[in-house]
Write a protein that binds this ligand. Sequence first.
Ligand code: PEP
Ligand code: MG
Length: 569
Amino acid sequence: MVELKGIPAAPGLATGPAVRWEQKRLEIPRYPISDAAGEKNRLTAARARAAEQLHALKAKVARQAGAEEAAVFEAQAMFLDDSVLVGKAEDAIQSGQNSEAAWLDAVEFFARQLADLTAETLRARAADVRDAGQRVVEILLGVKTQASLVLSEQAVLIAHDLTPSQTATLDASKVLAFCTAEGGPTSHTAILAKALRIPAVVGLSEEILNIADKTLLLVDGIAGSVTAQPDEVSLRAFEVKIREYGAKVARDNELAGQPAVTMDGHRVEIVANVGSLEEARLALQYGAEGIGLLRSEFLFINRERPPSEEEQREAYAAILDTMGTRPVVARTLDVGGDKEVPYYDFGREANPFLGYRAIRISLDHPEDLSTQLRALLRASSGHDLRIMFPMIATLEEIRRAKSLFGEARREIATRELEIASSLQLGMMVEIPAAVLLAEKFAAEVDFFSIGTNDLTQYTMAAERGNKRLSHLNDPCHPAVLRQIERVTQAAHQAGIWVGVCGEMAGDLDAIPVLLGLGVDELSMAAGFISAAKQVIRRWALADAQAAANLALDLDTADAVRQAMRSCRK
Ligand code: PEP
Ligand code: MG
């Protein structure tokens, strides 16, 4: 029996035979060429063919797993046209290299630069770059290493890491679980596994690749562990665990549609974080009572220009129509940090997370913010739309954003277009400056939504994507909890509501504390909704308040988590 520890990437338990998926390494021929023009044409044709394949894959994956999952292929296709990359490859061809070698060297140069970056999302892009680059080389060589894996029976898939191209050709119904040597919680494998609801453990190190095909595996996507060749006792115990887990999921799903009310009758609204129309549909299936954070970036990334007012209106209307009269909190554009778009000039920033981001960009391009606000307003008729602004640090920012909203509203009125009868305007509280002046901000808005992902990184001065700092990035730290307490009190004194929309809202240790601190709404990834509702139903508000008071007085995040686990109901 061999036990391996990795990173839990998608919840669930599974047992089954292992199948290893190895990506064959391509042997690249290197030879001098004399017809540089002909060789460049060969590369251009191969890139065009690869882009065609990627667009076809995008359409296929969008149907199967949703637009967000498919967007990666658009990004890959755009990368194939990157002028710096193509220029570098063509220069090498001009100096006498064959196109396969010239292209692969240029791709590898870019991939290495990305792989050296600290932000995990950017590092993950190195795999995308290589994936797209490899596709072109295969076309040039007329070979196919990305052949789809045909699973004859259900199996646990083991791989170094899965590229988008590999997973797109996979018959997901045959995959019991994913286990990869590489990858973090936001890797492509993790995102795909969650979307398909298949358990996954990533970051298992090279050891997982030594496991022979057909070896029986026990995969625990909750604990992040994999057991190979289990003894009889462990196997039986795991089978019982799978049955119990299955029964719990079924129970949770049944209860997911009901509201979350504490034992003493206090209701907390449980809503979803959503980044596409597909996710909005999924959120409803999971029992979301609305959307607490619509990340509008999905409309703006992977393209050359921002979307038009009409394109945005259509996209927002589709999501609002899906949600009916349930509340939908749409956040205006939040790019920057690790999400760059080509149409804004980010310059060179030493600290992008402290740089040109979110509302700072929007107020620098007021015409774009106004376009987004008009599109949202025009989509709002008959719905409960609420709009919020990200990364607010100063009162000037929120006042300026509100004034642009007022202008957009007046403009819609002059066009005699219908909008929702009541519209709320709010802000994200994710910068300590906004916490410290919460009383003043509360007089400006209809609600607060606390973004604990950013609030934690800015409180602890620890970048949220930096793995080496993950011990500092715990929202259960009393320094963060005290800020949530302060914001909640200021909100309630001013008679406005307050939600939490960072990952903390779906964190089972943290939920009772947030309940006790008086948070009115929790917005989380759809997959956490049923479990979150169950936690709230097991608590009385008074007990949660006592637990929150205790947590506020503790010294460390670990102490808070320990205390919460010891009183888990
Ligand atoms: C947050 O910062 O907590 C948040 C919800 O916003 P994002 O994760 O999109 O930055
Ligand atoms: Mg944020």
